[in-house]
Write a protein that binds this ligand. Structure first.
Ligand SMILES: [Fe+2]
Length: 299
């Protein structure tokens, strides 16, 4: 991957990275900036949500805002790695605050199609990705100040997953997790374990020195602290699901068996309804109140 090679050769700057970890949903939000120009992006911001009361709040997003203001960053993009099933996105809230653009992968249309059907959304719900300011195709590039960014389509967990390569840092979304935890599940609608293996191999073919930042962590047996940063080399050496030498067939057999044992994420139904709208809540009904649906016996 040319953009990573260039950064690792020292011709591009290494981005500054500050991560915020939400223990309620095990999600890492990364704020990435170019030290030379102070331009920045925010990857996978979290909107707090209490399903018992149906109340949203902004403590997590406000902590990110405080950091951005204290450090004088100019946020240009709010980047989603995919339509998350475990937390609501604060992209819409932060978009208002920073005037930044919200982006996701172009395959979002497939996700909107599947879940637009499942939630029986009417014609008012567009399935063309146009709720987002931009949708990225595989291989697209852009810059954060002087730092080059390349976008990789890495499907398998969902059809629309992206990884972002920014200088010497790779943001893997939900593909791979810490070496002692393994990989993301592949059993959501449109997920595919074989495709996930191939996407992960694409990431593992990047230079070993590249810093790798993950979207989630759940700790692991023998580890008491949350962690979300490792390297490509470390994954190839030690990832319990996909270290060097694990074949595609062996991975698929393991992944499919493991996924059968997993419960649905606690916030999957609210999360998808908000996140497939780029972090916007559904429109209010005639009484001025917004509602989320709870489809019965479909997942
Ligand atoms: Fe996910």
């Amino acid at each position: 991957m040319a953009v990573v090679e260039r950064a690792l050769l020292g011709k591009g700057a290494a981005p500054g990275i500050r991560s915020f970890f939400d223990e309620a949903t095990f999600t890492a939000t990364h704020v990435v900036h170019d030290p030379a120009t102070r331009r920045a992006v925010i990857i996978d911001p979290v909107l707090d949500f209490d399903p018992a009361s149906g109340r949203t709040s902004h403590a997590s997003a406000d902590a990110v805002i405080a950091y951005v203001e204290q450090t004088g960053l100019a946020v240009e993009w709010l980047l989603e790695t995919h339509v998350h099933a475990d937390h609501l996105s604060a992209a819409s809230y932060l978009r208002e605050r920073f005037g930044a653009r919200v982006a996701i992968g172009a395959q979002i249309r497939r996700v909107q199609d599947v879940f637009g059907g499942l939630f029986n959304e009417g014609a008012g719900f567009r399935r063309d990705g146009s709720q987002f300011d931009h949708v990225f195709e595989d291989g697209e590039t852009f810059t954060i100040g002087e730092i080059e960014v390349a976008v990789l389509h890495v499907p398998g967990h969902t059809p629309a997953d992206l990884a972002y390569v920014m200088g010497d840092a790779v943001f893997a979304g939900d593909t791979i997790f810490m070496p002692d935890f393994g990989t993301a599940r592949a059993d959501f609608p449109g997920g595919d374990a074989r495709q996930l293996y191939r996407s992960i191999q694409r990431l593992l073919s990047l230079p070993g020195k590249a810093r790798l930042f993950l979207c989630h962590d759940y700790k692991a047996p023998g580890r008491d602290a949350f962690a979300w940063e490792t390297t490509i080399a470390r994954q190839r050496e030690a990832n319990i699901h996909v270290h060097d030498g694990v074949s595609e067939d062996a991975f698929v057999t393991m992944r499919v068996a493991r996924d059968r044992t997993l419960d649905m994420p606690r916030l999957i139904l609210p999360s998808i309804q908000v996140n497939m709208r780029a972090g916007h809540l559904p429109e209010p009904e005639a009484n001025g109140i917004r509602y989320l649906k709870l489809p019965l016996n479909v997942l």
